[in-house]
Design a protein around this ligand. Sequence first.
Ligand SMILES: NC(=O)c1ccc[n+]([C@@H]2O[C@H](COP(=O)([O-])OP(=O)(O)OC[C@H]3O[C@@H](n4cnc5c(N)ncnc54)[C@H](OP(=O)(O)O)[C@@H]3O)[C@@H](O)[C@H]2O)c1
Length: 276
Amino acid sequence: MLGDVAVPLRRSEADFSRPLALEEVIVRTKPRTVINCAAWTAVDAAEESPQDCHHVNADAVFHIAKACNEIEATLVQVSTDYVFGGDPERVDPYTETDTPCPANRYGVTKLAGEKAAATAKQHLITRTCGLYSPSKGGPVRGKNFADTMLVLSRTRNDLRVVNDQLCTPSFVPHVANGILDLLGIEARGIYHVVNNGFTSWHSFASELFGQAGKDLRPKGIPTDDYPTVAPRPRFSVLSTKKFATSTGHHLPHWKKGISAYIEMMQAASTQKERFA
Ligand SMILES: NC(=O)c1ccc[n+]([C@@H]2O[C@H](COP(=O)([O-])OP(=O)(O)OC[C@H]3O[C@@H](n4cnc5c(N)ncnc54)[C@H](OP(=O)(O)O)[C@@H]3O)[C@@H](O)[C@H]2O)c1
């Protein structure tokens, strides 16, 4: 998406467990903007190893912010709807000014990461949700929710999906464009960047199967029937009013995110056939 303008850094070049080397590589590379997409994202494992998760999601971000200050770069910190979700009564989308209330330890570390990012003089914190995009070579189970559903649909016709967790699963290229839009208008502070509208995982899966032409109707189940180590937010819908007011547009509706995901997957498989 950014082509030659961006310098991607792999874990071998930017290891978050070596904060001084991390600072050094940023200062040496001297970018105008640092976009931190890296994180400890194993939500359940974070309950067992909260300290290790905190090192990656918060301590390392503090060092990135320090390096950004040294070279006067802007820090973009990718954050999450999981900084919310701890309020069981909530029914209105969370705004950027609402007090965070994480429901699990991963959310606590990401919130600490936001505070670390805010020590950068110029910072943009973008909270997003339920990211998915096609994996290289076709859907891979465990890579993201959409991929996992498509993989399971090949062998199962008895899928059960939770129907009482509401949020906005978002298509990665749409979110990436949204972040670039915000950078284009030099937005600073916290912004919610998700597809428009909201849904449950069950209705997301049903829409995905419908659009993918699969004759499969997953059964909706309550969260209590699908226990996880880390509690998941029942409601973590993010308001995107601030994004829309600032940029003049909303990101596409979540159903359009699914359409774009399927189109991208089909284009990749046609290309693979063409070059086979
Ligand atoms: N996935 C979601 O649904 C979701 C929702 C809301 C927000 N987010 C946020 O969006 C961002 C991207 O999420 P994602 O799902 O794309 O994550 P992901 O697939 O788990 O990728 C995380 C990246 O972080 C890197 N990383 C992890 N530990 C590292 C370390 N110690 N040192 C250096 N690099 C390290 C990984 O490197 P390796 O490839 O070497 O392992 C990987 O490239 C994260 O900030 C996440 O919190 C994600």
